[in-house]
Design a protein around this ligand. Structure first.
Ligand code: GLN
Length: 203
């Protein structure tokens, strides 16, 4: 089975763990470097990116996660998790840092007060014809994408809300709260590919 970690410092860890388990993955809650090195993929949940950032430094996880990303570990970030994958965070608070890895600029809390939270049907062509029900909660947006970044979905006004760069996947919204399995299934595909090419590391 595929061993996938969920970074369990803060945020909606359980929802991701349950969804990944329902897709047949072995889920590991990751809080320490040893747990990180036991997985072939990592999900960074939604929550509060500045808190996850701070805790990751307190727990000595920032450097290992950065190293894992640099080594090609597939990572899927939702909302706060997407912020943590961005090379550049706009409107960060308190000297907020990210793990980085995706050549994108992300703006935190990018929707105004009236629309802090909303749901919409989103076309995501790589996931098929059936639109995705997308829940946005104090969500970030992707303001710039680098040349290596594939835009998977945008709002009708062109605002980018789902991106992929190699093994890194990010969404502004939370499929894990809508029982929308297709992003996680796509991610598990990336994880399986990575695991096959790195079999020796766990042998
Ligand atoms: N606003 C949060 C942040 O900046 C993200 C919200 C979420 O993950 N639902 O981290």
């Amino acid at each position: 089975n595929t061993r996938v970690g969920v970074l369990a410092l803060q945020g909606d860890v359980r929802e991701h763990a349950a969804l990944l388990a329902s897709l047949g993955a072995d889920v590991v809650l990751v809080r320490r470097p040893a747990e990180l090195s036991s997985v072939d993929g990592l999900v960074i949940p939604g929550g509060e990116s500045s808190v996850i950032d701070k805790l990751s430094r307190t727990f000595g996880m920032q450097a290992p996660i950065r190293a894992a990303i640099a080594a090609g570990l597939p990572v899927y970030g939702t909302c706060a998790g997407l912020i943590l994958l961005a090379d550049t965070v706009l409107d960060g608070i308190d000297g907020q840092e990210s793990f980085g890895g995706m050549d994108i600029d992300v703006r935190r809390n990018a929707f105004g007060r009236q629309t802090e939270s909303f749901e919409t049907q989103l076309d995501v062509p790589v996931l098929g014809e059936q639109p995705v029900r997308a829940t946005f909660i104090r969500a970030p947006i992707v303001e710039r994408v680098g040349a290596q970044v594939e835009v998977l979905a945008a709002l009708p006004d062109g605002t980018v809300v789902a991106v992929q760069q190699g093994g890194l996947l990010g969404t502004s919204f939370h499929p894990e709260v809508d029982a929308e399995t297709r992003f996680h299934a796509r991610f598990l595909g990336l994880v399986e590919t990575f695991a096959r090419t790195h079999e020796s590391t766990h042998a």
